[in-house]
Design a protein around this ligand. Structure first.
Ligand code: 1CP
Length: 350
């Protein structure tokens, strides 16, 4: 049984590249590959309850996870869930309002931090959804589990909603340094526990989204994003030493170098569309993932395909995971995704 599992893992192009071994053509998956641009997702959402109800109903979460795999020849599935399930399980009551986004019962007083308690059983449906999904995937397709990074989750918990610059969250952090460090530590523990449980349920690799890393100054990015991610990866590796970790410090710009493998222990770094893949491949040791502009995918298919060919040519012979620089946007025609996936899948001849 063990050797069968090992063989299966070697057979996954995503895992091969994550372990530093390039395949003839790069594996492809897309951030937010399940979601609102797919009519079948919209149809299912009409029949089900709230967005979080979908995340917490294993059969629904699994079906949504598999929807893009039924249409496109992708190399990985990412479990349908959200980074905000951790704040929800920590007791800050998350809701998603139509056309507004997430609303969270934020932390107001510094003493509120001590009241947080991680109720992991709320996340059992996520692990059940992973078990259900894994059984239905071909052995060549990897299943990715994920969580938000502590800074990004703390930003939502302190701001109570999405925002352009999360100024309220930053002000809170500067005014309550000790409690902010405590908050990061509480979130880090929950993130590690959640990631380890996702691997035990069947995930082959994990990604940690630090979606708001780009809002931080050089000093803050080091202590609140890089060092926090490093602790998460260290503790995760303690439990799951062979599972590769992809980090996505969106918007890090020239600070991407701070996140390299030798500092954080990450296997791969997701590069956004504002950072040059050529620069990243010259300056970073980590395996790279990225970085087609999601707007280009939605709006200009010919330019998108040209960019895709350029990225493949640039990364030829190096371990690389083809992806976007951020998530698929709702306006994206599914045919554009199909063209992109087919181009990448056929690229091993050229
Ligand atoms: O149907 C709907 O209206 C809900 C839209 C939606 C979807 C499809 C949300 C609300 N979350 C998701 C799924 C989701 N979120 C996935 C699923 C797997 C996949 O990629 O297919 C993943 C990985 C996430 C991660 C996530 N959620 C991030 C990190 C990635 C990123 O986009 O930077 C973030 C920041 C969130 C928070 C979130 N979830 C949803 C919204 C509207 C937001 C707020 C975004 C913001 O603050 O701008």
């Amino acid at each position: 049984m063990l050797s069968k599992q090992t063989d299966e893992k070697i057979d996954q192009p995503l895992l091969s590249n994550l372990s530093g071994k390039p395949t003839k053509r790069p594996p492809i998956w897309l951030m937010r590959q399940a979601g609102r641009y797919l009519p079948e997702y919209q149809a299912l959402r009409k029949k089900t309850g709230s967005f979080l109800d979908c995340c917490y109903t294993p059969s629904v979460a699994s079906e949504i996870t598999l929807q893009p795999l039924k249409r496109f020849d992708l190399d990985a599935a990412i479990i349908f869930s959200d980074i905000l399930v951790i704040p929800d399980a920590l007791g800050t009551n998350v809701r998603f309002e139509e056309n507004i986004g997430p609303m969270i019962d934020g932390l107001n007083e510094p003493k509120d931090v001590a009241k947080l308690h991680f109720n992991q059983s709320l996340l059992d449906p996520v692990y059940e959804a992973i078990e259900l999904t894994k059984k239905q995937l071909s052995s060549h397709v990897s299943l990715i589990g994920f969580a938000g990074a502590a800074w990004t989750l703390a930003a939502y918990m302190l701001q109570s909603k999405s925002a352009e610059n999360f100024q309220k969250a930053k002000q809170w952090a500067y005014a309550n340094k000790r409690e902010f460090d405590e908050l990061l530590a509480i979130i880090e523990n929950a993130v590690v526990t959640h990631l380890v449980s996702q691997v035990r349920a069947g995930c082959d690799a994990i990604q940690i989204f630090d979606s708001w890393a780009g809002l931080l100054s050089v000093t803050d990015i080091q202590r609140w994003s890089v060092e926090s991610l490093t602790r998460i990866i260290r503790d995760f590796k303690h439990e799951c030493p062979t599972t590769p970790v992809i980090i996505f410090p969106r918007g890090a710009g020239t600070n991407y170098g701070l996140y390299d493998t030798q500092y954080t222990g990450a296997s791969a770094i997701g590069v956004d569309q504002f950072t040059s893949l050529a620069w990243a491949s010259e300056h970073l040791q980590a395996v790279l993932q990225g970085n087609i502009d999601p707007l280009l995918l939605a709006l200009d298919k010919d330019a998108m395909l040209t960019q895709a060919r350029e990225n493949i040519a640039l990364m030829k012979g190096k371990p690389f995971i083809f992806n976007l620089g951020h998530g698929v946007i709702p306006q994206t025609p599914p045919e554009h995704v199909e063209l992109l996936v087919n181009l990448v899948k056929e690229s091993d001849c050229g």
